[in-house]
Write a protein that binds this ligand. Structure first.
Ligand code: NAG
Length: 390
């Protein structure tokens, strides 16, 4: 089930679902004051900058992103950039929460004439474990499982916001010849409600859930974007130190725009990306908390330069990294993947999306026009899975 691109009607529906959630979860006064604070940006700055850069700026002076972006992509990314820099995470997290994302997903399904997802899914909620399990045929063991962790700077995001992306991925795996693909998406606790290491422990509980579903751990692909990819890297470093877990590592790791070093001078604002280094610094510090150290390998996996440790922690069929050339995390990502390739000598596939920005394989499903482009991230990741895990 692959839905069509986002329309303006979808955007309106999203706002309709968002408004009551903001009132319930943030309150009237804070919501209204946030809207009023944002008005000068939306009424003056945004239109002015948009028109200036789109129509009155020579191509070579535009940001790399805007040299390729459609007006819709340009507009949305400007809004996201503003929101990420200026809107507090207490408000930002409502945007991606289950209460908004799930009705929005249903709305999009109904608009396309679906009353049920073609890939069945259900929420898993037990003590210490929360997530979404999707599988083509629940009565049979899966032949491949993706274990996915969403991004959002540890402070926002939910698996429900990723439902459309993840269900499309399972559908594409099925279409590519796997008989019963499955996926588990983890709901972990966001900051500041909890800090490191609880998220890593939750990620491990999710992995144990996946292990209970498939007997051969080499048929597991761990994946995630941004902070979710960080958690997967931390998970593997952690598991490789535990004798009981060391033998149950996954077959492949697909890292989408990982936040490899939580606090790094290399994580700098870029003209193209929507991430904001100072907001990242704030959320990153909240994640680290008061007890851990920013340079701990399990906090910032990109800080780990122990070859033997990475050798033990690497999935049996290696890694695939996909990131935007213009994103804030690109320099640290390149450092880590080069280290894994050249020093650790594990198999590392790399796809750098030239001119594009953070988590583009995910974002483009929402912001690109044609189906070919929308699905291209999912398809290239699926090809890697097919070539490494036949
Ligand atoms: C990031 O946020 C800071 C503080 O709000 C702001 O001064 C800066 O311009 C922002 N950077 C970008 C690229 O939006």
């Amino acid at each position: 089930m692959i839905l069509n691109q986002i329309s303006y009607l979808d955007c309106i529906a999203f706002l309709v679902f968002l408004a009551p959630q903001l009132l319930i979860r943030v309150g009237f006064v804070q919501t209204v004051s946030c809207v009023i604070t944002a008005l000068p940006f939306f009424l003056v700055q945004l239109p002015y900058q948009f028109i200036k850069e789109r129509f009155f700026t020579p191509v070579d002076q535009k940001s790399s992103f805007n040299q390729h972006a459609t007006p819709f992509q340009d507009f949305v990314i400007r809004c996201v950039r503003y929101a990420f820099a200026k809107i507090p995470a207490t408000i930002g997290k409502v945007f991606f929460s289950k209460g908004v994302a799930l009705p929005f997903f249903w709305f999009r399904m109904l608009r396309h004439g679906y009353r049920k997802s073609t890939v069945p899914w259900r929420e898993v909620k037990k003590p210490g474990l929360h997530g979404i399990w999707m599988i083509c045929d629940e009565t049979k063991e899966p032949d491949i499982v993706i274990y996915y962790c969403h991004g959002g700077g540890f402070s926002m995001g939910s698996s429900f916001f990723y439902l459309e992306f993840l269900l499309a991925w399972v559908g594409i795996l099925k279409e590519s010849g796997y008989s019963n693909p499955a996926l588990f998406a983890l709901e972990y606790t966001l900051v500041p409600d909890s800090t490191y290491p609880s998220q890593v422990h939750e990620t491990l509980s999710g992995y144990e859930y996946v292990l209970s579903k498939i007997s051969d751990s080499s048929r597991i692909v761990v994946s995630g974007d941004s902070a979710g990819a960080t958690l997967m890297l931390s998970l593997l470093l952690y598991m490789s130190q535990e004798p009981k877990l060391r033998t149950q590592l996954p077959g492949l790791g697909i890292m989408i725009s990982p936040w490899t070093v939580i606090v790094s001078p290399k994580n700098k604002d870029t003209p193209s990306d929507y991430l904001n280094a100072s907001s990242l610094h704030l959320y990153g510090s909240q994640y680290i908390g008061s007890k851990a150290s920013a340079s701990d390998s399990l906090v910032s996996p990109g800080k780990c330069r122990d070859k033997e440790w990475w050798k033990r922690a690497s999935p049996s069929k290696g890694w695939f990294f996909i990131y935007g050339a213009e994103e804030v995390f690109a320099p640290e990502t390149v450092d880590l993947l080069n280290f894994l390739k050249d020093e650790v000598k594990t198999e590392v596939g790399v796809h750098e999306e030239k001119g594009w920005i953070h988590a583009w394989p995910v974002v483009k499903l929402f912001l690109c026009d044609g189906q070919k482009e929308r699905q291209s991230g999912l398809r290239s990741m699926t090809k890697v899975i097919q070539s490494r895990l036949k």
